[in-house]
Design a protein around this ligand. Structure first.
Ligand code: COA
Length: 323
């Protein structure tokens, strides 16, 4: 049984931390409101001139070092982002050049906050099909660039960052005890385009645009979709919730994380939470949370992890992985 095993994980956050107090000097908001409604206390913001590819290269370099793998071994780069450096070429190709990778494919995946799960599923399928032996899967975003800094309903929610994993092909026995990716499930429902979108693009407006969101409607869909996708992953692997060691969710809002765990009967202590100090970093949030939980010793080799996310589109999905 050919599986994609996570050989290493890396993360990068821009140096600058922006607190809610600083946010309150820009828009009409308060630390109390943001903490109570979202759980967010601060977020990282990319420096002037710091691009999504810069964040991605740092995270990928750290993931390769953690895996003990040379860039020359990588034969696939899948980079999830909704904030690419340029309209084209893909940010993945910039990262490829800067890492010194010279073989295989490099492309971006655009599924907004579900991007990392989409990218992971894509790379996993390349590996399972035998088309890749060693893949870099990256989620990297500079959402600060597409925020409307006059809209208090959105600008307080997001942050910048990048996370990356190295996936390697390995042979497993075929059971749930195998290390590696056991399942991925992806979904989309394009009817909800106008609940969370960016009001610009090369073909529509020839501008980059700003993020727009009907937050309370997104919230309601998020709890339902995420609970369904977790239930789907558990059923597909014939598992009960208590078999999962850690849930590594997309970090949009503390209340979504709590609401989903409650709906599923999952103990809140098993949910990795970083939204308080990262905000919503879109495609970067799942690998950033994974990297943090590995670094602080919570996630250990052999743990069974359920990664899940939901984002604009809507798109949503899950990945069940034994680390
Ligand atoms: N500070 C103070 N007040 C704010 C505010 C802010 N930063 N943002 C909005 N408000 C106000 C609104 O203007 C509104 O005021 P009004 O009642 O006078 O009109 C009030 O707070 C309630 O707004 P509402 O949007 O209904 O709040 P909410 O409880 O739904 O919380 C979100 C707003 C955005 C935090 C919440 O809807 C959310 O997190 N949604 C999901 C977002 C998400 O996950 N997106 C990404 C998915 S990948």
């Amino acid at each position: 049984m050919r599986r994609s095993v996570i050989a290493g994980v890396g993360a990068y956050l821009p140096e600058r931390v922006m607190t809610n107090a600083e946010m309150a000097t820009i828009v009409d908001t308060t630390d109390d409101w943001i903490v109570e409604r979202t759980g967010i206390r601060c977020r990282h913001i990319a420096a002037e001139g710091e691009k999504t590819s810069d964040l991605a290269v740092h995270a990928a370099t750290r993931a390769l070092a953690a895996a003990g793998i040379e860039a020359a071994e990588v034969d696939l780069i899948v980079l999830a982002t909704a904030t690419p450096d340029w309209t084209f070429p893909a940010t993945a190709t910039t990262v490829q050049a800067r890492l010194g990778v010279r073989k295989g494919a490099a492309f971006d995946v655009q599924a907004v906050c579900s991007g990392f799960i989409y990218a992971l599923a894509t790379a996993d399928n390349f590996i399972k099909a035998g088309q890749s032996q060693c893949a870099l899967v990256i989620g990297a975003e500079t959402f600060s660039r597409i925020l409307d800094w006059t809209d208090r309903g959105t600008c307080v929610l997001f942050g910048d960052g990048a996370g990356a994993i190295v996936l390697k092909a390995e042979q497993g026995q075929g059971g749930i005890a195998d290390r590696g990716v056991h399942s991925t499930h992806l979904h989309a429902d394009g009817r909800h385009h106008d609940l969370l979108w960016v009001d610009g693009g090369p073909s529509s407006t020839q501008t980059t645009g700003k993020l727009r969101m009907l937050g309370n409607q997104v919230f309601r869909h998020a709890v339902v979709n995420l609970a369904e996708v977790v239930t789907e992953a558990l059923a597909a692997n014939d598992l009960q919730p208590d078999a999962i060691d850690w849930i590594i969710p997309h970090q949009a809002n503390r209340r979504i994380l709590d609401g989903t765990a409650r709906k599923l009967g999952i103990a809140p202590e098993k949910v990795v939470v970083t939204v308080d100090h990262h905000g919503n970093t879109s495609a970067a949030s799942v690998p950033l949370a994974l990297a943090e939980a590995i670094a602080d010793g919570r996630v250990k080799r052999g743990d069974l992890l359920l990664l899940e996310a939901m984002g604009g589109g809507f798109t949503w999905g899950s990945a069940l992985v034994r680390f």
